[in-house]
Design a protein around this ligand. Structure first.
Ligand code: XMP
Length: 442
C-alpha cells in the first residue's frame, strides 16, 4: 500500500485516519509503506496525531524481532527518507515524486515474508466453524495440538470470565485437566454475579484448578481519588499485571501461558504480538504461549464454547471493557457509586432479558456520574445520584446507533432502579449515537 506525493498534507486528520484504518484493518496490512513521504513535520504531525507511528524500515524490523511494541501501527518511511532541513520547509517535490514512483505498489508483505506472518495467518482453506460438528472437530484437533505442545507441563491462564478466556479455559481443561492453572482476579469492577459464575462454572462444574484472587480492596485503594479516565485505565491494567505476576510467581513449574487471543486481535495488531492480554509481564517471567483460538473469529469462538458446554450467559455475553465498571463509575471511583452502577446494571440486564432484548441489542449498560441532584422520596427531599442507561447497536463499534427501547419498558426500569438501588433518585436514557458520543462515557 502506497501513498502519493504530499501524502498526509492538507488532508483532514479524519481522512488520514480513515485511509490508514482501511489499510491496516480491512486489508489486514501490518504496516504501510509510504513511497514518497512529504517529509516535513506538518505531515508527520498529522499522522502521529491519528495515532500511528512513523518508523524507518530498519527500526521496524529490529523491533519486530524484539516483539516488544504493544499496540502500534506502523508507517514505514522509505529507506532513503531524509527529513527536510528546517521545520516546515517545502519538500523537494520533483525529487520526491520520482523516488516515490519506485516504491509505488510496494506492499509490506513483500518485505515481511517471515515465519511469524505465516504462523499467524489463518489457513486459507479453514472452514468457518458454524456447527457443533465442526466445533467438535476443531476441539479434538486443538486438544491434540495442546497436549503435543505442553506435554505434562503446567499452563497458566488469566481467566476473566469473558468469552475468549472462558473458552480457552474449557478447551484446556479438556486437554490437560488440572495442569491448567486458572487465575481469576476479582478487581471489584466486574458485573454483579460474574466472579460467582466463574467459580461455579469452572471450579464446581468443570473441576478446574482455579485460583480466585480477591483483589477488590487493592484495586479500589489504588483508584481512590483518581478521576482521569486514562489514568484509571492505566492503574487497572498495571495492577492487574502485578496481581497476576504475584500469583504466577507462587506457582511451581509453570512453563506456558495460555491466552484467549482470537483472529481479529492478530489482524488488528499485526505481526508484532501486541495483542497479548497479559502483555507487560516482567522479562524474567518467560512463558511459551498457548493460543488455541488464534485463528477463530468471535462467532466461531462462541460455537466452540457452546459445544464445550459453557453456559449461554458466558458464551453470548455482550462486550465488556477490560477496565470493567471502572469506566462507568465516572470520575474518581467511590464504593457507593460503584454499587449503584453494579446494581442498576443488573436490573437493566434482567429487564432486557425478560423483554426479549438480550441478544438483540449489541451492548447495554448503566453509568453513574459523580454529581447528585435533588429529588423526593417518601415525602422527603433527597440529594442522590442519577443513573444513565445506554443501549446501542453496532457492527464494529466504530459507529453505533441507539436502540429504540419501548417507552413503557424504560419507565419500568426507571421505577425499579429508583426503588431498588440505594442512593439513586433519577434515571436518564442516553440518546446519542456514535459519533458523536462514544459507546462508553469514559
Ligand atoms: P467506545 O467507548 O470507544 O467503545 O465507543 C467501543 C467499544 O470498546 C469498548 N471499550 C473498551 N474495551 N478496554 C476494553 O477492553 C477499554 O478500555 C475500552 N473502552 C471501551 C466499549 O465497551 C465498546 O464495546
Amino acid at each position: 500500500m502506497l501513498a502519493k506525493d504530499r501524502w498526509g498534507r492538507g488532508l483532514m486528520p479524519e481522512a488520514v485516519r480513515a485511509v490508514l484504518a482501511f489499510c491496516f484493518e480491512r486489508c489486514s496490512l501490518d504496516a504501510v509503506t509510504v513511497g514518497h513521504f512529504a517529509g516535513n513535520r506538518q505531515s508527520e504531525r498529522v499522522i502521529e496525531k491519528c495515532g500511528f507511528r512513523l518508523v524507518r524500515q530498519e527500526e521496524y524490523f529490529a523491533r519486530q524481532l524484539q516483539k516488544k511494541i504493544p499496540g502500534l501501527k506502523y508507517i514505514l518511511l522509505r529507506e532513503d527518507f531524509q527529513r527536510d532541513p528546517g521545520e516546515g520547509a517545502a519538500p523537494d517535490r520533483q525529487k520526491g515524486s520520482s523516488r516515490g514512483e519506485t516504491h509505488q505498489r510496494q506492499n509490506i508483505f513483500n518485505h515481511i515474508g517471515g515465519n511469524e506472518m505465516e504462523q499467524n495467518k489463518r489457513p486459507e482453506n479453514m472452514a468457518r466453524i458454524n456447527t457443533a460438528a465442526l466445533a467438535e472437530a476443531f476441539i479434538a484437533e486443538q486438544v491434540e495440538a495442546v497436549r503435543k505442545q505442553v506435554g505434562d507441563k503446567k499452563v497458566l491462564l488469566a481467566l476473566s470470565g469473558g468469552v475468549d478466556s472462558s473458552v480457552v479455559a474449557a478447551l484446556l481443561i479438556r486437554a490437560i485437566g488440572k495442569n491448567l492453572v486458572c487465575v481469576h482476579v476479582n478487581h471489584g469492577l466486574l458485573r454483579k454475579g460474574e466472579p460467582e459464575q466463574v467459580i461455579e462454572v469452572f471450579r464446581h462444574q468443570m473441576d478446574a484448578n482455579l485460583i480466585y484472587v480477591d483483589a477488590v480492596d487493592r484495586f479500589l485503594d489504588k483508584l481512590a481519588g483518581v478521576a482521569d479516565p486514562e489514568q484509571k485505565r492505566k492503574i487497572i491494567g498495571a495492577e492487574f499485571i502485578r496481581v497476576f505476576e504475584e500469583e504466577a510467581r507462587k506457582q511451581e513449574g509453570i512453563e506456558f501461558l495460555a491466552q484467549g487471543t482470537i483472529y481479529p486481535d492478530i489482524l488488528e495488531s499485526g505481526p508484532v504480538k501486541a495483542h497479548h492480554n497479559v502483555g507487560g509481564l516482567p522479562e524474567d517471567l518467560k512463558f511459551e504461549l498457548v493460543e488455541p483460538l488464534k485463528f477463530l473469529f468471535k462467532d466461531e469462538v462462541r460455537v466452540v464454547g457452546k459445544t464445550l458446554g459453557l453456559p449461554d450467559g458466558m458464551v453470548y455475553r455482550q462486550p465488556f471493557p477490560g477496565p470493567g465498571l471502572g469506566v462507568r463509575c465516572l470520575g474518581a471511583i467511590t464504593r457507593d457509586r460503584l454499587e449503584c452502577v453494579r446494581e442498576s446494571d443488573a436490573i437493566l440486564r434482567e429487564e432486557f432479558a425478560k423483554n426479549g432484548l438480550e441478544g438483540k441489542v449489541w451492548q447495554y449498560f448503566t453509568v453513574v456520574p459523580d454529581f447528585k441532584s435533588v429529588g423526593v422520596k417518601d415525602n422527603k427531599r433527597c440529594f442522590e445520584y442519577p443513573v444513565i442507561l445506554r443501549a446501542v447497536n453496532t457492527v464494529d463499534a466504530m459507529t453505533a446507533t441507539v436502540e429504540d427501547v419501548p417507552f413503557p419498558l424504560l419507565q419500568h426500569i426507571t421505577d425499579r432502579i429508583t426503588k431498588e438501588v440505594p442512593g439513586v433518585n433519577r434515571v436518564l436514557y442516553d440518546l446519542t449515537p456514535k459519533p458523536c458520543g462514544t459507546i462508553e462515557w469514559e
